[in-house]
Design a protein around this ligand. Structure first.
Ligand code: C2E
Ligand code: MG
Ligand code: MG
Ligand code: MG
Length: 277
C-alpha cells in the first residue's frame, strides 16, 4: 500500500491508471458543484398497467453538464456512492420527488400517480434517513403511498436485520418498497420473504432475452410466481417491443416500464406524454 510505504505512490501508476484516477477525481469535483449549481435534474419514465393506463413513473437522475451535456447516472452514481456524495444527492432527489408529487396530487390527470425513487444503500444506512423521509412527507403533505422507494438486492446482503428495521420504520410512514433489478443479486429467498416489500421489479436483462432465450423466460416465470405467492406486485422494466409486453402479460406480469411506453423524459415532456396517452 502506498501510504504505509510512505512515499508518493502516484508516480508508480501506469499512465492509463493515472488517467482513470484523474477522470474520476474530476468527475467527483464536478459532481460536488453540480448540486450547488442546480445541474441535477429528474427525468420521469412512465409505468403502465395491463389496461394500458399510466399508473406511475420512475424518477431517474440526470446531470445536465454545461459542456458535456446530459450525463447518465450509470457514469456518476458509482462515483457518488464511493465518495458519499450520494447522501446529499439522494436527499435532493427525494425532496424534488415529494415536491413533484405535491403538484401532481392537485391535478386530475396526475393525482393517482405513484412515483418510484431509487435509493442507494449509503442513504438507507444513514441514521437520519427515516427522520428525513418523515420530514419531507410532513412538509409536503403528500399521500405517502404515492412514494415508492426502489432498493436493490445488494443492499440487504451484509446487514439484513438493520435493513429490515429501517424499511419497517419507513413502511409505517406509509411509503412503498420495490425490489429493483430483481433476479440479478444473490439474496436468498428467505431474506426476500422477511423484507417488507410491495413490489418486485423484473430486471431488464431478463426482459431483453425473453423472446429468444429459454433460460430468461424460465427466470421471468419464476419471478412472477414468486411475486404471486409472496403477494407482491410485479413490474417488468426495459420493455421495448410489443412482443415482449405480450409474452410478459401471458406469463402474468401486470405492470410494465420501458421504451415501448416512453423513455425517461424531462417533466414537461413527461406530462405531455401523459396527456397524449
Ligand atoms: P434502474 O433503477 O434499474 O433504472 C432503469 C434504467 O433502465 C434507467 O437507466 C432507464 O433509463 C433504463 N431503461 C428504461 N427503459 C428501458 C428500455 O426499454 N430499454 C433500455 N435499454 N433501457 C431502459 P438510467 O436512467 O440510465 O439509470 C441507470 C441506473 O442509475 C438506474 O437503474 C439506477 O440504478 C441508477 N439511478 C438513476 N437515478 C438514480 C437516483 O436518483 N438515485 C440512485 N441512487 N440511483 C439512481
Ligand atoms: Mg430503478
Ligand atoms: Mg431497475
Ligand atoms: Mg437496472
Amino acid at each position: 500500500q502506498a501510504k504505509s510505504a510512505g512515499r508518493n505512490a502516484v508516480r508508480f501508476y501506469d499512465p492509463l491508471t493515472r488517467a482513470v484516477l484523474n477522470a474520476r477525481n474530476q468527475l467527483e469535483q464536478g459532481l460536488h458543484l453540480a448540486l450547488a449549481r442546480q445541474q441535477l435534474q429528474l427525468y420521469y419514465q412512465v409505468q403502465v398497467n395491463q389496461d394500458h393506463q399510466s399508473i406511475g413513473a420512475e424518477a431517474l437522475l440526470r446531470w445536465i453538464h454545461p459542456e458535456m451535456g446530459v450525463i447518465s447516472p450509470l457514469q456518476f452514481i458509482p462515483v457518488a456512492e464511493e465518495s458519499g456524495l450520494i447522501v446529499p444527492i439522494g436527499y435532493w432527489v427525494l425532496q424534488t420527488a415529494c415536491a413533484q408529487l405535491k403538484q401532481w396530487e392537485s391535478n386530475a390527470l396526475t393525482r393517482d400517480l405513484v412515483l418510484s425513487v431509487n435509493v442507494s444503500v449509503r442513504q438507507l444506512r444513514e441514521t437520519m434517513f427515516v427522520w428525513q423521509v418523515k420530514e419531507l412527507l410532513e412538509q409536503s403533505g403528500i399521500n405517502p403511498a404515492h412514494l415508492k422507494l426502489e432498493i436493490t438486492e445488494s443492499m440487504i446482503a451484509d446487514n439484513v436485520d438493520s435493513t429490515i428495521s429501517t424499511m419497517s420504520q419507513l413502511k409505517s410512514l406509509g411509503v412503498k418498497f420495490s425490489m429493483d433489478d430483481f433476479g440479478t443479486g444473490y439474496s436468498s429467498l428467505s431474506n426476500i420473504k422477511r423484507l417488507p416489500l410491495d413490489q418486485l421489479k423484473i430486471d431488464q436483462s431478463f426482459v431483453r432475452g425473453i423472446l429468444h432465450d429459454e433460460f430468461d423466460r424460465a427466470i421471468v416465470r419464476t419471478i412472477i410466481a414468486m411475486a404471486s405467492s409472496l403477494d407482491l406486485d410485479i413490474i417488468a422494466e426495459g420493455v421495448e417491443v410489443e412482443e415482449q409486453r405480450h409474452l410478459l402479460a401471458r406469463k402474468g406480469c401486470t405492470n410494465y416500464q420501458g421504451y415501448l411506453f416512453g423513455k425517461p423524459l424531462p417533466l414537461a415532456e413527461f406530462e405531455q406524454l401523459l396527456r397524449a396517452r
